[in-house]
Design a protein around this ligand. Structure first.
Ligand code: NAD
Length: 295
């Protein structure tokens, strides 16, 4: 049987690992937070008392951690002790440079690795319907695919090491910008006396259509399942959107890409977060835009 070590059992990691257990895989987990280990144990994971102990007998090591520094620190800790040819799968959302560095560390020790960040949030993690964006060699991807499958709705091989992270931040930069665009359009419509439903009926079926309007409409009413109908509870928290927009800006800077709208979106979400709204769904930015209007 494949032995999996799962390191980072937070909001995403715990339900993802639970789906691996449900699929009949043997999963040993580690997290720094005791409460998360309790949940993991209740979900059927074996619990290790360190990251190092978790990887000892592992064929596959999955990490789901907050940021690049955590991934590099865990890789630094465990790579020495992992069995040769262990497959390392990092599902965290981290900066492209750290992702490439992590691939390099793994390769130096004779390990296979992929970066495989996800979209779909906690709901997708629980339902096993996450979209995985993978970067790494064909050989590593082929081995990773059946491991990711119980957690996935869709798995896309985006290219070499770091390509998964690149796809994730490019996609989320579009999302951040388009949500602000949708919010601005609804606020302008209000000023012009146009109803939310009328703008939705036109924009969702013509050239303004996008996920931020059609699926995740930032005003209550037109799309009953969008967080706007639930007091803007996440969904996808504004703090995580800001994180991804900052990662996109870091990548734009280090690669020399020009992303003026991405930069503006990052600034607006930084202001929204600074106003204490980091825990609000990111579509709540429309209320922040309304609050900025000229008196
Ligand atoms: P989280 O903070 O709930 O979980 C991260 C976990 O990592 C925590 O439990 C923490 O204790 C643990 N951790 C940190 N350092 C560790 C170490 N050295 N050893 C072991 N455990 C350690 O975060 P999350 O919401 O689960 O997100 C995880 C990753 O997934 C992030 O990179 C995030 O950007 C990304 N992501 C989150 C969502 C979402 O909706 N929450 C969606 C897509 C992607």
């Amino acid at each position: 049987m494949t032995n999996i070590a799962f390191i980072g059992l937070g909001n995403m990691g715990n339900p993802m690992a639970a789906n691996l257990v449900r699929a009949g895989l043997h999963v040993t987990g580690f997290d720094l937070v005791a409460e998360n280990l309790k949940t993991a144990s209740a979900n059927g994971l074996a619990i290790a008392d360190s990251a190092l102990a978790a990887v000892e007998d592992a064929d596959v090591v999955i990490t789901m951690l907050p940021a690049g520094q955590h991934v590099l620190s865990v890789y630094g800790e465990v790579l020495e002790k992992a069995r040769a040819q262990t497959l390392f799968i990092d599902c965290s959302t981290i900066d492209v440079d750290s992702a490439r560095f992590a691939h390099g560390l793994a390769a130096e020790k004779g390990m296979l690795s992929i970066d495989a960040p996800v979209s779909g949030g906690v709901g997708g993690a629980e339902a096993g319907t996450l979209t995985f964006m993978a970067g790494g060699s064909d050989e590593a991807f082929k081995l990773a695919e059946p491991i990711l499958d119980p957690m996935a709705g869709r798995i896309v091989h985006c290219g070499d090491g770091g390509a998964g992270q690149a796809a994730k931040i490019c996609n989320n930069m579009i999302l951040g910008i388009s949500m602000i665009a949708a919010g601005e359009a609804f606020v302008l419509a209000e000023k012009l006396g146009l109803s939310h439903q009328a703008l939705f009926d036109v924009a969702s079926t013509s050239s303004g259509q996008c996920w931020s309007i059609n699926t995740y409409c930032p005003v209550p009413g037109p799309v009953p399942t969008s967080p706007a109908n639930n007091d803007y509870r996440p969904g996808f928290a504004a703090a995580l959107m800001l994180k991804d927009l900052k990662l996109a800006q870091d990548a734009a800077q280090s690669s020399g890409a020009v992303t003026p709208l991405g930069a503006s979106a990052a600034q607006l979400y930084a202001l929204f977060n600074a106003a204490g709204e980091g825990g609000t769904d990111f579509s709540g930015i429309i209320n922040f835009l309304r609050g900025q209007e000229k008196k």
